[in-house]
Write a protein that binds this ligand. Structure first.
Ligand code: ZN
Length: 224
């Protein structure tokens, strides 16, 4: 054994982020198998913020909720790669045609490719590779800061993202007549997805769908 691999073994964090059991992956196979899958295919939804079509991989509950909160709130971004891979595995079964463009819901100031600390950007890279598409990182920009959606009531969430996004200068040419898929971590009221969609539509894509790692059950009961 080389010194390097010995050090790696001793120093690397080999524990599951969720249960603390020994694991080579950030989420151990047992915890990962407890994630409950959600949609079986693309579906049309009436969200609190408006209608939208897309796919959510898992229910936002139990261990999945714990994983997303650890990633977003605790900043344990090592989880992003593994969760992006799991989302891409399920998205492959959608047989998305037309070589889609995967566009992450951006955060403020994220223009560079492949920000490893931002789940939607990580997932777009993985999805582009495994679903025969293109990464649209940097095409949708966030123009002003918004409070974390989780800290707001549903009504305030809907207003929170008004005017928060704009297209980059090269986006209209990249998105025109394409199948565009907006990628985010959790779908709740749909406020973010709907705000992002209305900006993407300015580029006159062929269609605009969403893809999220998780779907909150609150989505269903918050319709008005
Ligand atoms: Zn575990």
């Amino acid at each position: 054994m080389s010194i390097l691999s010995f050090l790696h073994q001793v120093l690397a964090d080999k524990a599951c982020f969720l249960c603390g059991e020994e694991s080579d992956d950030p989420v151990c196979p047992r915890c990962a198998s407890s994630f409950r899958t959600c949609d079986t295919g693309l579906s049309d939804r009436r969200l609190a913020a408006g209608p939208a079509s897309g796919f959510s991989a898992y229910w936002y509950e139990g261990t999945m909720r714990q994983a997303i909160l650890q990633m977003k709130v605790q900043g344990e971004y090592q989880l992003a790669g593994q969760l992006a891979g799991m989302l891409a595995n399920l998205a492959r079964s959608l047989s998305l045609r037309d070589r889609p463009v995967f566009v992450p819901v951006p955060r403020l100031g994220t223009r560079q490719q492949g920000d490893p600390r931002h789940f939607p950007s990580v997932a777009c890279g993985t999805l582009a590779e495994s679903c025969n598409g293109d990464s649209g990182v940097g095409l949708l920009l966030k123009t002003h800061p918004t409070p974390l959606q989780t800290q707001l009531s549903d009504t305030r969430r809907l207003k929170n993202v008004d005017g928060a996004f704009e297209l980059s200068a090269n986006a209209p040419g990249m998105l025109h007549d394409r199948t565009v898929i907006i990628v985010d971590d959790v779908l709740t009221t749909g406020a973010t997805i709907c705000a992002a969609t209305s900006v993407i539509l300015q580029a006159r894509p062929h269609q605009c769908l969403y893809l999220t790692l998780a779907l909150s059950r609150a989505t269903m009961s918050s319709g008005f």
